[in-house]
Design a protein around this ligand. Structure first.
Ligand SMILES: [Zn+2]
Length: 619
């Protein structure tokens, strides 16, 4: 979608008019406010800026433009929000090119035919029978194999391609559907042997395409309407022992298939997810099919990737409750953590199904009744992390303690609710026998990498609802003041290093470059041009936050100055807490050298702290 249409719609629609249809706005200075429709609150912290055409809730941290608002409140994806707002604005969206539509239709046909072809190979050929036998040995029932339309791809370089061509489809179309691959000369792609079996004609041997799926059990992948759009292929038996063979091979990205937004099994699961008000997430195709076989139909598979924002948008239409299946080792996994964090931040209520066996498929094979039991006994995410951390580390040694602290503080910090955070901090302090306040201080130093946070689709990035530490809050306030009133503050000496938050440091760096003689909107416009999109929305948010109160120039200067002093003091105090941990560790380890160095550093920072405090008292 081109930015042109988006801008056109934004120009024709006023944010107050759009949001006013959903919530009651009251004027508050230059801005408008309302009770937030996205979280429960008694006092209004949801602000709308008609000048900036953005909204932001200072309670839950959500914010964005009109598109983001409509997506969120209507529970629709970007495309639907676009159509809705275009209609309202009287902007005509270009109809999809009929040529593209007919191309899509043919791609669906190619995929459907390929699925039928693979099914026949599984049921009617000798090699296919072996694959079939493997599936039944894994516990899959014949009816289920049929229902999910499993198939078999022969160990043959052209079987599928030739079949589809005989049905009137062109090489190029079959390639776009992701089923055949063009052979590149002089590279390392696998080569079909020139001397083909079955005495094929030499002209065919010179064909430039070969089948993507060979010697694999085929799992057709369906869209939410049940149409085949792609395939997953799994090796088994002897081939699975070869090291150079990937266990799973999937269709590439095609016009029909976008891996990051397709959940395997959704076509059968969606209604049940709504009815049970719970979505069960498993990893693989086998897990998913076996789960359905065991009667747990409200399950979908992420097909081996971490959950994405689009996955969550889709499943969120049916339920906000998720149970994710992981084996206990996976708690240490970045992909696991990212899936959990992303879902929690998107206001999903996430539980973890803890498995001792390798995967749900094995559990169901052993005892189909065990699987639903495990799901109803799903643990909270924090229980999952706690049992992982304490099982793997020695909580008596200082190294072990430090590791546990690292794993769990990051997890606790990711919790959206402050009350929950403090409950889990208490639990951690109790189990590690350390001062809870120290843990809290330590947690505040942990920065959760912003790049791990997802972006919403289309032109409407949202400010993520982040847990803010006091330091981050101060840094934001200071930068907001600076953005809104650069001239009176030009004399205050600040450096990029004064910001620990990397985003804020980056914005400040750009701000200094743009400053010159510019101010107000002119300055913001220059700044917007030089920043990445996710930082752009951040400056709007910072500016909006400051605009909430009127200030005189004198007040601005005073507030900024005291903000800066507080910032520096807090940073030093944090360093001292950290040092006292290290000192305690060094004392325990009886490492005199290290202890000496640490104490020296501690004294240096203490005296710096005293100096700042004293000069503050003088003023
Ligand atoms: Zn809110």
């Amino acid at each position: 979608m081109s930015d042109g249409v988006i801008d056109q719609i934004k120009q024709k629609l006023d944010i107050l008019e759009v949001l006013g249809e959903y919530i009651r706005l009251t004027k508050a200075g230059r801005n408008w406010k309302a009770r937030c429709p996205f979280h429960a609150e008694k006092t209004a912290s949801f602000m709308v800026s008609p000048e900036r055409q953005i909204w932001h809730c200072f309670g839950c941290g959500l914010g964005g433009d009109i598109f983001g608002f409509v997506m969120k409140i209507e529970g629709v994806e970007f495309g639907d929000a676009l159509r809705l707002l275009a209609r309202k604005a009287g902007v005509v969206l270009k109809k999809q090119d009929p040529q593209i539509q007919s191309q899509k239709k043919r791609l669906y046909e190619v995929c459907e035919l390929a699925a039928k072809f693979f099914e026949t190979q599984l049921h009617k050929t000798a090699a296919g029978k072996k694959a079939y036998q493997y599936l039944t040995e894994r516990g899959m029932k014949p009816g289920v194999i049929k229902e999910w339309r499993l198939g078999w791809a022969h160990d043959n370089w052209r079987a599928l391609g030739d079949f589809l061509k005989s049905r009137g489809y062109k090489d190029e179309e079959i390639e776009v559907a992701g089923l055949i691959i063009k052979r590149e000369e002089n590279n390392n792609s696998p080569r079909p042997p020139l001397n083909l079996r079955g005495g094929e004609r030499s002209e065919r041997a010179l064909s430039h395409y070969y089948d993507r799926f060979r010697s694999r059990i085929i799992f057709p992948i369906f869209d939410s309407q049940g149409q085949v759009i792609a395939f997953g292929g799994r090796i088994f038996g002897e081939a699975a022992k070869k090291e150079d063979m990937a266990k799973y091979l999937n269709s590439p990205q095609t016009p029909l298939y976008d891996k990051s937004s397709v959940l395997y099994g959704l076509n059968r699961a969606k209604n049940e997810i709504r009815v049970k008000d719970l979505g069960v997430i498993v990893e693989g195709y086998m897990d998913l099919i076996m789960s359905h076989q065991a009667g747990v139909i409200n399950a979908v598979a992420s097909s081996g990737t971490a959950l994405t924002e689009s996955h969550l948008n889709i499943i969120g239409r049916y339920s906000k409750n998720l149970a994710m299946a992981f084996d206990s080792d996976e708690a240490g996994n970045m992909a696991t953590r990212r899936s959990i964090d992303l879902a929690s931040r998107r206001d999903f209520n996430v539980k973890v199904i803890l498995m001792d066996a390798k995967d749900p498929a094995d559990i169901v094979k052993k005892d189909p009744d065990e699987w639903p039991k495990l799901i109803s006994g799903a643990k909270s995410v924090m229980d999952f992390y706690f049992s992982y951390a304490f099982a793997r580390q020695d909580d008596k040694s200082s190294d072990g303690k430090r590791e546990i602290r690292k794993i769990l503080l990051t997890a606790i910090k990711s919790l959206a609710s402050r009350t929950e955070q403090s409950e889990w901090l208490k639990e951690l302090a109790r189990r590690l026998r350390v001062d809870e306040r120290d843990l809290l201080a330590d947690m505040q130093k942990i920065r959760i990498d912003e790049s791990e946070r997802g972006q919403s689709p289309g032109g409407a990035p949202e400010v993520p609802a982040a847990v803010k530490t006091r330091l981050e809050g101060l840094e934001e306030r200071f930068l907001g003041l600076y953005l809104n009133h650069p001239q009176p503050l030009a004399d205050i000496v600040v450096a990029e290093e004064d910001f620990q938050n990397e985003d804020l440091a980056r914005i400040f760096k750009e701000l200094k470059k743009c400053l010159g003689n510019k101010k107000g909107e002119e300055l913001l416009a220059a700044l917007r041009k030089s920043l990445k999109p996710e930082l752009k929305i951040k400056i709007e948010y910072l500016a909006l936050q400051i605009e909430q109160h009127e200030r005189t120039e004198k007040e601005i200067i005073q507030e900024a100055a005291s903000c800066l002093v507080e910032l520096r003091l807090l940073r030093l105090k944090n360093q001292l807490t950290e040092l006292s941990f290290d000192i305690r560790d060094a004392q325990q380890a009886k490492d005199k050298d290290k202890l000496g160095k640490l104490l020296k550093k501690f004294n240096l920072i203490s005296s710096e702290l005293t100096k700042i405090t004293a000069s503050q008292a003088d003023n």
